[in-house]
Ligand binder design. Structure first.
Ligand SMILES: NC(=O)c1ccc[n+]([C@@H]2O[C@H](COP(=O)([O-])OP(=O)(O)OC[C@H]3O[C@@H](n4cnc5c(N)ncnc54)[C@H](O)[C@@H]3O)[C@@H](O)[C@H]2O)c1
Length: 371
């Protein structure tokens, strides 16, 4: 199959869909890979490395889109890329179609076939192509929180670990899933005073087993949250109710009792955020202040560490990409439930129930269309 990789166009997005070592894997399996010049530069992969791995380098994105049968990206296509959609193209990338009706309409109009990273699910319900980004965002949330606690960045001037003779910073993590667990790991490692809250007692038991006396686990409810955040230097928002808007656990009035210069990193902002005062920010201006509390609400946190993020993402995407390339989307959909679960659009039809439900539209099982 002819596989394409173009430079991402989104603001401050430096990740890339295919690494040079992926190219080698696809080429060794008998496929051809076409890469736009400098597509991987933001992630530290030079054009020469792609060439050495066996890719054909093209000067424009247009050439790559036009020659490819399978386009492997990171983020959803932007408006200027819609013109490349066509019926005989498979698009394999993050799409988040439930949040982008215009993109969905364009995809349906063109008949492009799409496999969305975020809906691709293992049989046990885990989301293998979302998990690495949640791991990164969770770990990064403590690093970003530490930075914005610094006085020159508007924070209260507290060092997370403290030093002998001074208090450690208090970190409250709301949600003990993948993001929360990874935040917890870094926060414990740095020596902060960590409280983690969830409504799922099994998660709290698990974290209690792993971290023991080094953390405080608490059942999440309004009273416990209000009390914990009043003492906190750093709050991490990491809740998720799959497919729904994040619950607003942090009420606006709680900010009044928080310390001046304390920081909220609302990782759940991509689902609307779990603080009433959260609104999306971007890497070039990531924070704002409400009631003396610094808010960091970047929706694509992993984009700040593109080298690690690209490696972690492509470690996960490669095996399904190879199966799609080897078998073609139709056979891969029949053979592998994981790939089947990722197909969002096919020949002008929505093939993912959750996407269709978001707009009260009809959907069809992709296996029904293909058979
Ligand atoms: N901003 C970014 O760049 C970025 C990157 C990766 C992930 N995310 C987002 O971070 C969020 C968390 O992702 P995840 O992978 O950790 O999800 P997850 O499903 O692994 O964990 C979510 C946790 O929230 C808990 N929860 C639900 N309701 C709660 C409540 N009322 N109080 C406390 N806990 C509650 C769940 O029990 C679960 O343990 C998602 O919205 C995800 O999309 C954002």
């Amino acid at each position: 199959m002819r596989i394409g990789c173009v430079k991402e166009l989104k603001n401050n997005e430096y990740r890339v869909g295919i690494t040079p070592s992926n190219v080698k894997g696809y080429v060794n399996a008998g496929h051809q890979v076409y890469v736009e010049r400098d597509a991987g530069i933001g992630s530290g992969f030079s054009t020469e490395k792609y060439q050495e791995a066996g890719a054909v380098i093209m000067d424009s994105a247009k050439e790559v889109w036009e020659i490819s049968e399978l386009m492997i990206k990171v983020k959803e296509p932007l408006k200027e890329e819609y013109k490349y959609f066509r019926k005989d193209l498979i698009l394999y990338t993050y799409l988040h179609l439930a949040a982008d009706k215009e993109l969905l309409d364009e995809m349906l109009k063109s008949g492009i076939k799409s496999v969305a990273y975020e809906t691709l699910a293992e049989r046990n319900g885990s989301l293998p192509l979302l998990e690495p980004m949640s791991q990164i965002a969770g770990r990064l949330s403590i690093q970003e929180g530490a930075k914005y606690l610094e006085k020159p960045f508007g924070g209260s001037g507290v060092l997370l670990s403290g030093v002998p003779g001074t208090p450690k910073a208090k970190i409250v993590i709301l949600g003990a899933g993948i993001v929360g667990t990874n935040a917890c790991k870094i926060a414990v490692g740095i020596g902060a005073d960590v409280t983690i809250m969830d409504i799922n007692l099994e998660r709290l038991k698990y974290l209690d087993d792993i971290f023991g006396a080094r953390i405080q686990t608490l059942m999440s409810n309004d009273a416990a949250i209000e009390e914990a955040v009043a003492e906190a230097d750093l709050v991490i928002g990491s809740v998720l109710i799959p497919g729904k808007k994040a619950p607003k656990l942090m009420k606006r009035e709680y900010l009044k009792s928080m310390k001046h210069g304390s920081v909220i990193v609302d990782v759940a902002i991509d689902q609307g955020g779990c603080c009433e005062t959260s609104k999306v920010t971007y890497h070039d201006d990531p924070t704002y202040v409400v009631d003396n509390v610094v808010h960091y609400c970047v929706g694509n946190m992993p984009g700040a560490v593109p080298r690690t993020s690209t490696l972690a993402l492509t470690n996960a995407t490669f095996k399904y990409g190879l199966q799609i390339a080897d078998l073609g989307l139709e056979k891969a959909c029949i053979a592998n439930d994981v790939i089947y679960s990722g197909i969002n659009t096919y020949n002008g039809v929505i093939t993912c129930k959750n996407v269709a439900d978001s707009f009260d539209m009809a959907w069809q099982d992709p296996r029904e269309i293909i058979k």
